[in-house]
Design a protein around this ligand. Structure first.
Ligand code: MSP
Length: 523
């Protein structure tokens, strides 16, 4: 088998409609999905997103809305699905933890863990944070009884539950992370997880809830009185979709095969669930002759903050992505999120900053380059792209080197770096217009040189369009269209995208400027 990707986002809780923070992960994942599909072929990238629908938090939200949990989750899951369509997220598999395929897999996991001797029943005493759906033992909770993580009030719980053995896997996990058998990125997050593992004993994980207190969960197959703990249920989704327990060929292809690069893109608040619980669940499911493989990479991005605090429904400081794209368009929004902040760090969302990026990068740099170049092609050659065999060497080599550079940045999920590389080429092309001064060449009758300049600009735009496409797909498509290309980027091959391929003597089809400047009233 050959190189392929399995890319996932977290499953979003359906206790409220999506905000900017949720859309961030899907837009980033989408850029990577599109980039790799373009490079390797569509069938080489499997993209999974979805919703996390069980647990106390959802149960409470449904009660408040006066609906059954299933009615409630059906409606909100659809809001997420619709948002991904609005944001132009490429084809994905949408998993919901209430789907049969998932319920079946969770049952299979319970049984296998039980057969493997990895779970036991015991009395649970401790605290629970409902908004985070996370357990805390007495020793880590202070006198105020607030969640050590989000500082919201905890619930005290004393009940019989099932536990997954975790403590005996600490040394193994440290080794797996240290040696990058499972990469945790960025490096600071890797150190954070290793620090946690090296300084703390691992508590066994409580994987059930008594049904009499919370019925909204997947029924345990080994105890009629218990349902599955929501985080345990949710993490399993990554192997449900890959076919664990239901389709062995599929499971081998998307999970077990060593050529499959499995990347979980998550936010930093759910790092420990993914980098500690999840590999331990997989290890516990394994048998000596049948080890289950680990994710290749877990990448934890930062938060969008507002007023210094993480944007979240419960803090009441959320911004609705649907409103933002209505005002500014989908691509400017996608561009802003991926360009403004290095992936991994926190960022402050503001419309002023978005407008700045819009006017500067999209309108001035990219939009002008396209519009000016096409205008000159029309003016000097009636829109016919001149056929040449020699181009500006600098721009040609910059464009030829671009895919390799982008590959390097994208392998590190450094989206802002990739965009900066593309904008460097755009900057050089804009300067090239000034230094080569086509208007002077025209006046002086230097037709061959003029042809070279225009053809170079057209080829550069052709390359820039394919480079920006994973990030701002409608823009990439619109540039090709204005260049008069009749095929789509999506279905193009690397050979068709190479320098010189465009120059077949077609006619451009200039349209309206892609990004008309946003004028902000000065106070
Ligand atoms: N349901 C769990 C994930 C289970 S995955 C098997 C969950 N859901 S969530 O809806 O609360 O959060 C989903 C993702 O959105 C997380 O990765 C979280 O980091 C991200 N974001 C939520 N608010 C965010 C910001 N303000 N900024 C950036 N991302 C944030 O956790």
């Amino acid at each position: 088998m050959s190189e392929k990707y399995y890319l996932t986002t977290p499953l979003y809780y359906v206790n409220s409609k999506p905000h900017i923070g949720h859309s961030y992960t899907n837009i980033a994942a989408d850029a990577l999905v599109r980039f790799q599909r373009l490079r390797l072929g569509r069938e080489k990238v499997y993209f999974l997103t979805g919703t996390d629908e069980h647990g106390q938090k959802i149960d409470k939200a449904a009660q408040l809305a006066g609906k059954t949990p299933q009615e409630y989750t059906d409606a909100i899951a659809e809001t997420f699905n619709q948002l991904w369509k609005t944001l132009n997220i490429a084809d994905y598999d949408f998993i919901r933890t209430t789907q049969d395929r998932h319920v079946e897999t969770v049952l299979a996991v319970w049984r296998r863990l039980n057969d493997n001797g990895q779970i036991y029943k015991a009395k649970y005493k401790g605290y629970y944070c409902v908004p985070d759906e996370t357990f805390y033992t007495e020793d880590v909770v202070d006198a105020e009884k607030l969640c050590p993580d989000c500082r919201r009030p905890l619930e005290y719980i004393e009940e019989e539950n099932y536990f997954l053995k975790m403590s005996d896997k600490r040394a193994w996990l440290i080794d797996v992370i240290k040696t990058n058998q499972m990469k945790v990125l960025p490096e600071t997050r890797k150190n954070e997880v290793l620090g946690f593992l090296e300084n703390n004993e691992l508590q066994d994980l409580c994987i059930s809830r008594p049904k009499k207190r919370l019925a909204w969960g997947i029924q345990s197959p080994i105890s009629p009185e218990h349902v599955t703990y929501v985080w345990f249920d949710a993490l399993i989704n990554y192997i449900t979709a890959a076919g664990y327990g239901s389709n062995l060929d599929r499971f081998v292809k998307w999970w077990q095969d060593k050529d499959t690069i499995k990347i979980h893109i998550i936010g930093k608040d759910i790092l420990r669930h993914h980098a500690v619980l999840w590999p331990i669940i997989l290890k516990s499911l394994s048998q000596d002759l049948d080890p289950i493989s680990l994710p290749t990479t877990i990448f934890a991005h930062g938060w969008w903050v507002q007023g210094g605090e993480k944007m979240s429904k419960s803090r009441g400081n959320v911004i609705d992505p649907v409103e933002i794209v209505k005002t500014y368009g989908v691509d400017p929004y996608r561009y802003f999120l991926l360009r403004e902040v290095p992936f991994g760090q926190d960022g402050t969302f503001s419309e002023e900053a978005l407008i700045d990026r819009f006017n500067h990068d999209l309108a001035n740099d990219l939009g002008n380059l396209l519009h000016r170049s096409l205008t000159m092609c029309e003016k000097y050659f009636g829109g016919e792209v001149p056929l040449v065999s020699k181009w500006d060497e600098k721009l040609k080599s910059l464009c030829e080197e671009l895919p390799k550079k982008l590959n390097d940045s994208m392998n590190r999920l450094a989206f802002e770096e990739a965009l900066a590389e593309i904008w460097q080429v755009i900057g050089v092309a804009n300067k090239y217009i000034e230094t080569s001064a086509p208007w002077t060449l025209s006046k002086e009758g230097k037709t061959e040189e003029l042809k070279q300049v225009i053809a170079t600009l057209m080829e550069t735009l052709y390359a820039v369009a394919t480079a920006v496409w994973p990030f701002i797909p409608s823009t990439g498509d619109a540039i090709w269209k204005q260049l008069g290309v009749l095929t789509s980027i999506d279905s193009s091959t690397p050979q068709e995208r190479a320098w010189g391929h465009f120059n077949k003597g077609g006619k451009v089809a200039k349209g309206l400027p892609l990004f008309p400047r946003i004028e902000v009233e000065k106070k």
